[in-house]
Design a protein around this ligand. Structure first.
Ligand SMILES: Cc1ncc(COP(=O)(O)O)c(C=O)c1O
Length: 357
């Protein structure tokens, strides 16, 4: 038997949402009748200009990708209004989060983050052999920044703030996050995960990209997996100070962003009218789901993302929804996270929600 790191035995490999085909096989359902609302994916395919650019890039797949991501970083620089030197690319933002954990963590350090939140903060800390300090969300399922501050000590090297938070969809006003960042010692890296930023419609929210480009202790992570529908291509990016990026890249594997993905991402950025339409569609679907939960008296969190978090009243929510042909994500035996889909998918879900609760 080969030797493995004993601490890794405590880690359960990441469990993705069930694929439609597997659910169809297991439950004897018609795949065409199943609606997958479990992984916070976009219900739409990539923008047509992205599909075209990716097809063209595929013809050159014999070459390694541009490891500097020059053109994508230039395009993001124009889109975000930050210097291209402040943009760092990764194989999905998950890869960037993992790299950050490895670059700032290690034995004797700790990582502070809210719980429940995105599982990669927990996994990254375990991979890095850092101590995990998981701070419960407040009564409204939001980050409790005061309690997070209390959890920080001299050994803290990284704090994650997921805004909006996965799995609850709740957001923090940007001014509160900035005040929190300002209140911490500069030796602590604060990661603000903005994977769902594009979906936010609240007036007190904006991206911290501009601040991150200038502050060595602040990193903002973003992704092409959600609003841009490129989840399968694995393209993420971070905005950070160039010095911070140089330190992070020491811990990053080369060539994690494919050229096909880079081409798709560049073309996607030109589709901003399509992005605006998707944001509106999502906000509409989110509103209807939240209003229905309210009408039914089902406990839920106020979401600004492309998913909604609620406490199911069913004995077996996971099984009940699957039998109704809806794949949702369950957490423990009660809490459910449902991704906002197309209008038709949302109608199917709402029908199931009224029956199953
Ligand atoms: C909060 C949050 N951050 C980051 C990610 C990672 O996305 P990706 O690795 O596809 O960029 C996800 C994916 O679900 C997420 O929910």
């Amino acid at each position: 038997m080969p030797t493995y790191r004993p601490d890794l035995a405590a880690i359960e490999p990441y469990e993705p949402g069930l694929p439609i085909e597997e659910v169809a096989r297991q439950y004897g359902l018609d795949p065409a009748e199943i609606v997958k609302l479990a992984s916070n994916e976009s219900p739409h395919g990539p923008f047509p200009e992205a599909v075209e650019a990716m097809a063209a890039a595929a013809a050159h797949a014999n070459r390694y990708p541009d490891n500097e991501g020059y053109e994508l970083r230039e395009a993001l620089s124009r889109h975000l209004g930050v210097p291209s030197g402040a943009i760092w690319l990764g194989g999905g933002s998950s890869e960037l989060l993992r790299t950050i954990a490895l670059a700032v963590g290690g034995p004797g350090t700790n990582a502070v983050y809210a719980w429940p939140s995105f599982v990669i903060y927990r996994l990254g800390s375990m991979w890095a052999l850092s101590e995990r300090r998981e701070v419960p969300l407040d009564g409204e399922h939001r980050h409790d920044l005061g309690a997070m501050k209390d959890a920080i000590d001299n050994d803290t090297t990284v704090v994650y703030v997921c805004n909006p938070n996965n799995p609850t969809g709740t957001h923090l006003p940007t001014d509160d996050v900035l005040e929190f960042v300002d209140s911490l010692p500069e030796r602590i890296t604060v990661v603000v995960d903005e994977a769902y930023a594009e979906f936010v419609t609240a007036a007190d929210y904006r991206s911290l990209a501009a601040e991150a480009a200038e502050r060595p202790n602040l990193i903002v992570t973003r992704t092409f997996s959600k609003i841009y529908s490129l989840a399968s291509l694995r393209v993420g990016y971070a905005i950070a100070h160039p010095r911070t990026i140089a330190e992070m890249r020491r811990a990053q594997a080369p060539f994690t962003v494919t050229q096909v993905g880079q081409a798709g991402a560049i073309a996607s950025l030109t589709a901003q009218a399509g992005v605006a339409a998707r944001v509106e569609e999502n906000a509409r679907g989110r509103r209807i789901i939240l209003d229905t939960l309210e009408d039914l008296g089902i406990p839920h969190a106020d979401s600004q993302a492309n998913f909604v978090w609620y406490k199911s009243q069913a004995a077996d929510p996971r099984g009940d929804y699957i039998r109704a042909g809806i794949i949702v994500r369950t957490f423990g035996s009660e809490w459910v996270r449902v991704t906002v889909g197309t209008d038709a998918e949302n109608r199917r879900f709402l029908e199931a929600l009224r029956a199953i609760r």
